[in-house]
Design a protein. Structure first.
Length: 156
């Protein structure tokens, strides 16, 4: 995708796609058994976490595009699917993000970047899968979504 695409269109597309991935994750989450801490107890949670982590990626990218980062910068190999790197870029722009949301993004980052939820989560490779409670997951996605708000109105 060339940087000649209107950045507002990209922001809206990333935001809307993120909202759709999040809505699908929420729909799945409603049917998943959780323990007393609100964490899933069944492997059927894997698709919900995959969808939610992709929503986080899209929201982070939309928030960065909103703050004048180019699409080509977001597609760099060291940034592209790296939630921690996207978060660090957003923090470098002096965006305020709660500790809980930063912890969630960093917790999801490695397994998201390695596509573990899509392919290898069931392989016993000694790596622990990060599964926060759905309450923390969706409230953090709410916070990231708020960072993507756009307006075409000029200040008066």
């Amino acid at each position: 995708m060339a940087d000649s695409v209107d950045p507002i269109q990209l922001i809206v597309a990333y935001r809307l796609n993120g909202a759709n991935f999040r809505a699908s994750a929420e729909k799945l989450a409603r049917e998943i058994e959780v323990d007393e801490r609100g964490r899933p107890t069944k492997l059927t949670a894997i698709p919900a976490f995959y969808l939610a982590s992709h929503a986080a990626e899209l929201y982070l990218k939309a928030a960065l595009l909103k703050r004048n980062m180019s699409d080509s910068e977001l597609r760099r190999i060291d940034v592209r699917h790296n939630l921690s790197a996207l978060l660090d870029l957003l923090l470098s722009k002096n965006v305020q993000i709660s500790t809980r949301t930063m912890e969630l993004v960093r917790g999801l980052s490695k397994q998201h970047g390695e596509h573990a939820l899509r392919y290898t989560v069931l392989v016993d490779d000694g790596k622990r899968t990060y599964w926060p409670s759905f309450t923390v997951l969706f409230s953090s996605l709410d916070e990231l979504l708020l960072l993507t708000r756009t307006t075409t109105q000029q200040p008066s």
